[in-house]
Unconditional design. Structure first.
Length: 87
């Protein structure tokens, strides 16, 4: 039982390490470069509050959300295949 707990602790440390690395990478990326005044998709002015949080924002929040949904939709590998049923 103790060994199981140790394994869980190590697994949690491993997960925490990866999450912290990913968060750091996102923070670095969000503040590098210079943002735009207008959204590159719809052309509206990007609110200053958004630019304050994400200085290199290229899209307004709505367009960024659509952009990320599109990326997730087309970047995700197929989750199911009829071939799996045959094998
Ligand atoms: Zn926009």
């Amino acid at each position: 039982m103790e060994r199981f707990a140790d394994d869980l602790d190590l697994t949690q440390l491993h997960i925490d390490k990866h999450i912290n690395a990913a968060v750091s990478k996102i923070r670095e990326k969000a503040t590098e470069g210079k943002g735009r005044k207008e959204c590159c998709e719809c052309g509206i002015e990007i609110p200053s509050a958004r630019l304050k949080l994400i200085p290199n924002a290229e899209r307004c929040a709505t367009c960024q959300e659509h952009h990320e949904q599109h990326e997730r939709l087309f970047a995700a590998p197929p989750r199911y295949s009829w071939v799996d049923d045959v094998a």
